[in-house]
Ligand binder design. Structure first.
Ligand code: SF4
Ligand code: SF4
Length: 112
């Protein structure tokens, strides 16, 4: 089992999650974060910390796509453990639907 970051992180990227993870298993893309499924210890502390409610346990249904996105990009993007400012327009995109199709970027984020 692992936790996964899902659609509503895209362009919100509040990063509260990275500060609480005991094993530092978040990785940063240009406009979202992902969790490394082999490093996550399933502690669950990040889930309630996410203001966008974007973090889900993989026991929830219909997360196949997100499991794949998290696994693939955790290998490609840099590790992130220190919270930075969220994007200025994060609130405008919070709760928007279909963000993956509209905005997903495979580009690397800045990392720590
Ligand atoms: S707290 Fe939520 S919205 Fe913010 S970066 Fe983490 S998963 Fe994404
Ligand atoms: S469930 Fe725990 S180990 Fe996994 S990403 Fe969240 S805080 Fe980190």
């Amino acid at each position: 089992m692992t936790y996964v970051v899902t659609d509503n992180c895209i362009r919100c990227k509040y990063m509260d999650c990275v500060e609480v993870c005991p094993v530092d298993c978040f990785y940063e893309g240009e406009n979202m974060l992902v969790i490394h499924p082999d490093e996550c210890i399933d502690c669950g502390v990040c889930e309630p910390e996410c203001p966008a409610e974007a973090i889900k346990p993989d026991t929830e249904p219909n997360l196949d796509k997100w499991l794949q996105v998290n696994a693939e990009y955790a290998e490609k993007w840099p590790n992130i453990t220190i919270k930075r400012e969220a994007p200025a327009d994060a609130k405008e995109h919070d709760g928007e639907t279909g963000k993956f199709e509209k905005y997903f970027s495979a580009e690397r984020g800045q990392g720590d």
